[in-house]
Design a protein around this ligand. Structure first.
Ligand code: RP5
Length: 164
């Protein structure tokens, strides 16, 4: 099975990014976590992304805050799918990172999830792998069914409490 790379610009991103790790773990998908910064360790970020395909990765998550150019810098050096997580950090509450990550010019795509959207980033990676992996596809179907059951249960509790 292909691995997922989970890269963050700073270890200060870890409390949010660890939710992507938890999600991948729950689906049995192998992954690696790294701290590479587009501006503090640009050579390491480049080296990792340039070699990611031959090192067995199938997609890359890149989380960064503020003037967040990590996902774009990673995507510049690979044709693997790159999913950007704009992080809520600094004075602008994540709007800076959201615009920096989502507004990639044509030619180098970054699929951007919500601000701090680590769970969806991991699920999107799982969906990418599930195109050719029936085991992951089945796990995603089971998760959807379980999530639906939980909401139906909550609906029933509210209906029982308020509706005559
Ligand atoms: C970004 O700047 C990181 O991704 C982080 O979200 C933000 C702040 O980093 P630290 O100053 O906490 O290392 O590069």
């Amino acid at each position: 099975m292909k691995k997922i790379a989970v890269i963050m610009g700073s270890d200060s991103d870890l409390p949010v990014v660890s939710k992507a790790a938890d999600t991948l773990k729950s689906l049995g998908i192998p992954f690696e976590m790294h701290v590479f910064s587009a501006h503090r360790t640009p050579e390491e970020a480049k080296e990792f992304s340039a070699n990611a395909r031959k090192n067995g990765f199938g997609a890359i998550i890149a989380a960064a805050g503020m003037a967040a150019h990590l996902a774009g810098a990673i995507a510049a050096n690979t044709t693997l799918p790159v999913i950007g997580i704009p992080m809520k950090s600094g004075n602008l509450g994540g709007i800076d990172a959201l615009l920096s990550t989502v507004q990639m010019p044509s030619g180098i795509p970054v699929a951007t999830v919500a601000v701090d959207g680590a769970v969806n980033a991991a699920l999107l990676c799982a969906e990418i792998l599930a195109v050719t992996d029936d085991v992951i596809a089945a796990k995603l179907d089971a998760k959807r069914a379980a999530d639906t059951a939980k909401v139906l249960e909550k609906n029933k509790a509210v209906e029982d409490q308020f509706n005559i």
